[in-house]
Ligand binder design. Structure first.
Ligand code: ASP
Length: 451
């Protein structure tokens, strides 16, 4: 059987809903359908999730929510109307939004998650109703009833292991299951969402729990490309990546797949197939286990860049002789609840790279003063607006001179490298550059390795 997930652009309007239904119904193995909330219908449109976030803010501030509710309902209504689904379902959606707003309580993040989840939840109800209207045996399944339990990290949840066992029950259902992406429930019974784009994660969890033959992830591109098409003209389509390559690329800013979506299927080796709702005949890109991947003929298969990082540079003369320095430094971050990304180091220096969103200014000030206060360092220096650029390819292990070629490409484009880091798997090399150099860096590397 196949678990099949559709992203926001595939759910944006009635025309897209019809395409989705046709894709689902064209293959009886497509038994579990995970859907996003309706996304943008064009450049200047707004995703339903963003409308819901605005509505949540209004409601939280005690403002007038009528217009906000009307806007969200109108998005669903226009879909339902074009699909000839009748008024009933729209009334249900309006009631649902009102109920969520009236359950506002003392925790903003909890309330926000409950509002955000309304996009996927109602999208799934609408899709199930549409499949039923076409005389197919389809059923909306609520994540709580199915057993999708998550950590109570609002807006950034992770799956609880017990979910996998509980979700297996879905295999017994006869109907085509329509499952809302993006959210599950805490053990306390509250709605909790993954981070943005998290419907991909729901799909991965269901594919793993149900031991699917393949996890099909439908979006709006024929392939995953070697670089962002908004940065590089006509980048090479890549028909196959390994999990490790894709993980590095999505971490590095490839937005085609959520960076945590592959974790559930990774150890089971379930292949993931990224495909295009608007061109379902295209075979798409496969993401498979390393031992299932053919030998790569190119050293590099993808180049990604992401901005929004800061670096805390710490210098202490004779740092390398001080036992426990690294642990004490990282313990400060742990105690402040800050996750860090990388820690490249020299003999007397260590740099900690952190996503700006994970370290607001007040926390940063505390961290810096604690480092000075408890570690006796010579200097602490914070640099904002940093980018990371990932050069990714399993073929790099066997190729000599990749880092040299990359450095030469940066040199030619006048880009200063602030940091280089090669993970032990040798599937990627990461470069730290100034935020403004992120795009030129991708272009420079693409020219070097693909043109
Ligand atoms: N609708 C959510 C978002 O916009 C989740 C998703 O589409 O995967 O982030």
């Amino acid at each position: 059987m196949k678990v099949i997930k559709f992203g926001g652009s595939s759910m944006a309007d009635a025309k897209q809903f019809k395409k989705v239904a046709n894709i689902v119904l064209s293959d009886p193995e497509r038994r579990v359908v995970v859907v996003s909330a309706p996304g943008k219908r064009g450049e200047n449109d707004t995703k339903v999730t963003d409308l819901l976030i605005d509505l949540a803010k209004k409601a939280w501030d005690g403002g007038d929510v009528k217009a906000g509710i009307d806007t969200v309902v109108a998005r669903f209504e226009s879909i339902a109307k074009d699909l000839k689904l009748g008024r009933g379902i729209i009334d249900t959606i309006r009631d649902d939004l009102n109920a969520r707003i009236s359950h506002k309580n003392g925790n903003w993040l909890k309330f926000l998650d409950s509002m955000k989840a309304a996009g996927e939840d109602n999208s799934a109800k609408l899709m199930a109703a549409y499949l039923q209207s076409r005389n197919h045996n389809a059923k909306y399944v609520n994540p709580k009833d199915a057993g999708l339990f998550l950590t109570e990290e609002f807006g950034n949840a992770q799956v609880l292991p017990k979910s996998y066992e509980l979700l297996k029950k879905l295999n017994e259902m006869e109907e085509i299951i329509v499952f809302p992406g993006f959210f599950g429930y805490s053990e306390e019974g509250d709605v909790v969402t993954f981070s943005r784009g998290g419907s991909d994660v729901t799909g991965g969890i269901l594919a793993a729990a149900l031991d699917a033959d393949v996890y099909e992830n439908f979006t709006d591109v024929d392939f995953v490309y070697a670089a962002n098409p908004h940065i590089v003209d006509n980048p090479f389509p890549i028909p196959l990546f390994t999990y490790e390559e894709m993980r590095e690329l999505s971490y590095g800013g490839f937005s085609v797949l959520h960076e945590e979506a592959l974790a559930p299927v990774y150890s089971l080796g379930i292949p993931v197939n990224i495909r295009n709702t608007n061109n379902p005949d295209a075979p798409g890109t496969f993401i498979v286990a390393d031992n299932k991947a053919p030998k790569s003929t190119f050293p590099v298969v993808g180049i990604a860049a992401d901005k929004g990082f800061m670096t805390i540079h710490v210098y202490k003369y004779m740092m390398n002789r001080e036992i426990g320095f690294g642990r004490r430094l990282l313990q400060i971050l742990e105690e402040e609840g800050i996750s860090y990304e990388h820690t490249p180091s020299g003999i007397d220096s260590i740099s900690i790279i952190i996503r700006e969103v994970n370290c607001p200014e007040d926390k940063l000030e505390r961290v810096v003063s604690r480092i000075y206060g408890t570690l006796g360092v010579n200097s602490v220096h914070v640099v904002h607006n940093q980018a990371i650029v990932m050069l990714v390819g399993r073929g790099m292990t066997k190729s000599v001179g990749i880092a040299a070629r990359a450095a030469e490409a940066f040199n030619r484009s006048g880009i200063n490298i602030n940091m280089i880091n090669q993970g032990s798997s040798e599937v990627s090399i990461m470069f730290g550059v100034d935020g403004n150099d992120a795009k030129p860096a991708v272009k420079a590397l693409y020219d070097e390795f693909f043109n």
